[in-house]
Write a protein that binds this ligand. Structure first.
Ligand SMILES: N[C@H](CCC[C@H](N)C(=O)O)C(=O)O
Length: 282
């Protein structure tokens, strides 16, 4: 194993990740490495890095990094992509199985032989506390007006392990997400920063979402973002328990269980293998 980096690239609805397996690469991964690898013009290009598998106390972990080098507690497309990598690389012995991220366990079940379609139990959404660290009172933000870029927007903040600010609007667009996103992501309300979803409720079984991610910016899809927008819409009584979430990159199915757990079903695709140039990370 020399110091050339071997990466596997996958995407979930156009939200693309590079898998960096420490068992196949000799590397001490630094923030500047993550930033350079994710750059689309001088690097391999991605919306993030999935570093693993790492075993700890017989649990299988993956570390999730955004293109700005920050570590995310969870990624819905990321855990599906990593599960398919584990299957492709021969690490999986049984299904369903548990995968661990910084925010804890997700339960993964493949719905087809090649693992390109899977259902993930993403846990129970939290509407207060934890990573939602909000500077203000009361601590929860449910359909409340918050001011971003000088204008009030009705926001609902929900943790899917990572922090999300869902803003319901009558009309949403990429342009609106790009304009408002940086102000929401970096608002002084949120010391941990936050992911933003603009959400248009189409009917009680369908929502449309535009995304601006913490540490990544505008992306074509987000698994935790789809869960957060569906859970917030459900909390406000706007949708039923089964919600099709349409994002620019495609659709994910969200189902809300009797205990409040959120199940995410969607596809992932392998793009290919990337062998980085010698000394790329020097
Ligand atoms: N940027 C997010 C992590 C990736 C989320 C998204 N790609 C997904 O599929 O859930 C954060 O810092 O919490």
């Amino acid at each position: 194993m020399d110091d050339t980096l071997l990466l596997q690239k996958y995407h979930g609805l156009g939200n693309d990740y590079l898998v960096l397996d420490p068992n196949k690469n000799k590397i001490h991964l630094l923030e500047r490495h993550i930033v350079k690898l994710c750059r689309r013009n001088i690097g391999a290009g991605a919306d993030g890095i999935l570093y693993g598998p790492i075993w700890q106390d017989e649990k299988l972990y993956v570390k999730i990094f955004n293109p700005d080098g920050s570590e995310a507690e969870r990624s819905g497309n990321g855990v599906r992509i990593f599960a398919k990598y584990l299957l492709d690389a021969g690490y999986i012995r049984h299904r369903p199985f548990s995968l661990y991220t910084k925010a804890g366990e997700v339960r993964i079940d493949f719905l087809n032989e090649d693992g390109s379609l899977m259902k993930v139990n993403m846990g129970i959404p939290q509407f207060t506390g934890g990573v939602l660290a909000y500077v203000g009172t009361p601590p929860e933000i449910i359909n409340r007006p918050l001011v971003f870029h000088g204008h009030p927007y009705r926001a609902t903040c929900v943790s899917m392990g990572n922090p999300n600010c869902v803003i319901h609007l009558d009309e949403i667009s990429k342009e609106k997400a790009m304009e408002l996103g940086p102000y929401v992501e970096n608002a002084s309300y949120f010391p941990n920063r936050i992911n933003m979803q603009l959400c248009k409720v189409m009917d009680r079984g369908h929502i449309r979402v535009e995304i601006y991610e913490r540490g990544a910016g505008y992306t074509l899809a987000s698994g935790t973002g789809a869960c957060a927008a569906a859970a917030a819409s459900h909390k406000l009584g706007l949708v039923d328990d089964r919600i099709e979430v349409t994002m620019p990159g495609g659709q994910l199915l969200i189902e809300i269980g009797e205990d409040g757990s959120v199940f995410l079903t969607g596809e992932v695709q392998k793009i290919g293998t990337i062998l980085m140039a010698e000394h790329f990370l020097a």
